[in-house]
Design a protein around this ligand. Structure first.
Ligand code: GLY
Length: 372
């Protein structure tokens, strides 16, 4: 098995990201070194458990690690106080302590939730991320953002807590539904747009083959996104500066997710894809980039059969003022002002505070008008 290794360099909290096909089977051997005693608690969801839990536990058994599992309902609604309470009580009941390990085995929801539960259990127990979705492998499993949603907004309750290890088994990406895979691809595109024009060029050429299952191209995309993220997180762990670039598309995207109830109407990565188009439209409307930029972003996402427009979202949406009110709940509000990630070009983004809200409204009005 070829395994790519990279390090998130954070002093005493540094850790490895390992990327390979078949890493789930090897997880027992991989995590042995992290353990004080031989006990792990696996947190997963029904979909991932049905597909991959036997492989993970077999690998843990082979390494003579004792494991127990909590299997939660899939979906964003599990990032709730209720599920956090259930999970925390379960971990306490399993007597998971600081010498033990929590394994977050699933997509972004499980990673955020289990990471947060580990962060607050006994003031912090260690955890390993084994991300099984494309979105989690390229983004959410790396960098230590953990948390749950509030009815008032996404990820409003949480903590920075770095995992001890990330094991990204690219072989499991084959088992994602096309919709889930392509939603995760929204985050891959984000990395090219925010800071790596070469990656975006590469995706325009290789995206189709990658989506069709080409393992080498999948490995390349996951590795490149993790490299970019590892670098950004090492330089700005707590998002005082550069890390905010990773929120490209998210101010719009989170508002759309809130407006659609965090459910099946709009997956997180779909919101990010539409949000990236809107961020480039806003940049163009503010005279920061040429019209060619949003057109090129839209063209590539369309080529990949991704959502790009508000009209791609089924059902009603709030008007522009309603969407802006939802944006105002987002974590990215600074001193009462909306913060956007804007772009001068593909691969050249920056953090912008104090954006003229009339221009934001006119971009949203135009996007909403296209629905009618
Ligand atoms: N997903 C954005 C970040 O980790 O900062």
């Amino acid at each position: 098995m070829t395994v790519d290794n990279m390090r998130v360099d954070l002093g005493a909290r540094s850790y490895d990201i390992r990327i390979g096909d078949g890493l789930i089977d090897a997880a027992g051997a991989e995590i042995c070194a992290l353990l004080g005693r031989r006990k792990v608690a696996i947190v997963t969801d029904q979909n991932v458990a049905g597909l991959h839990l036997d492989r993970l536990t077999a690998g843990l058994d082979a390494a003579r690690l004792q494991s127990s599992s909590l299997i939660l309902p899939p979906g964003e609604l599990s990032k709730s106080w209720q599920t956090l309470e259930k999970l925390s009580e379960w971990l306490i009941g399993e007597q998971i302590g600081r010498d033990d390990l929590v394994i977050a085995f699933g997509g972004g929801v499980i990673g955020d939730l289990a990471g947060f539960a580990a962060a607050i259990l006994r003031r912090g127990v260690r955890f390993v991320q084994i991300p099984t979705s494309l979105l989690a492998q390229v983004d959410s499993s790396v960098g230590g953002k953990t948390g749950i949603n509030s009815p008032q907004g996404k990820n409003l309750i949480g903590a920075f807590a770095q995992p001890g290890l990330v094991l990204a088994d690219i072989g499991v990406l084959d088992t994602l539904t096309p919709r889930d895979f392509i939603a995760g691809y929204g985050e891959v595109v984000k990395y090219g747009l925010l800071g790596d024009a070469g990656l975006f060029d590469w995706l325009e050429i290789n995206g189709k083959a990658l989506a069709a299952g080409d393992i080498d191209r999948r490995r390349h995309a996951v590795r490149r996104c993790c490299e970019i993220k590892a670098g950004i997180v090492a330089r700005d762990e707590h998002e005082h500066g550069e890390r905010a670039l990773l929120n490209l598309g998210h101010t719009f995207g989170h508002a759309l997710e809130a407006a659609t109830g965090y459910g099946d109407r709009l997956l997180h990565g779909e919101g990010v894809a539409i949000g990236c188009v809107l961020a480039f439209e806003l940049s163009q409307a503010l005279g920061l980039c040429s019209q060619e930029c949003p057109s090129r972003v839209r063209a590539h996402l369309r080529q990949m059969n991704m959502m790009t427009e508000l009209s791609d979202i089924k059902g009603d949406l709030p008007d522009a003022n309603g969407l802006m009110a939802l944006m105002a709940q987002d974590k990215k509000v600074q001193a009462g002002k909306l913060r956007f990630i804007l772009a001068r070009d593909i691969g050249d983004s920056f953090v912008a505070d104090g954006v003229d809200l009339d221009v934001v409204k006119s971009v949203l009005d135009a996007a909403l008008a296209a629905r009618r």
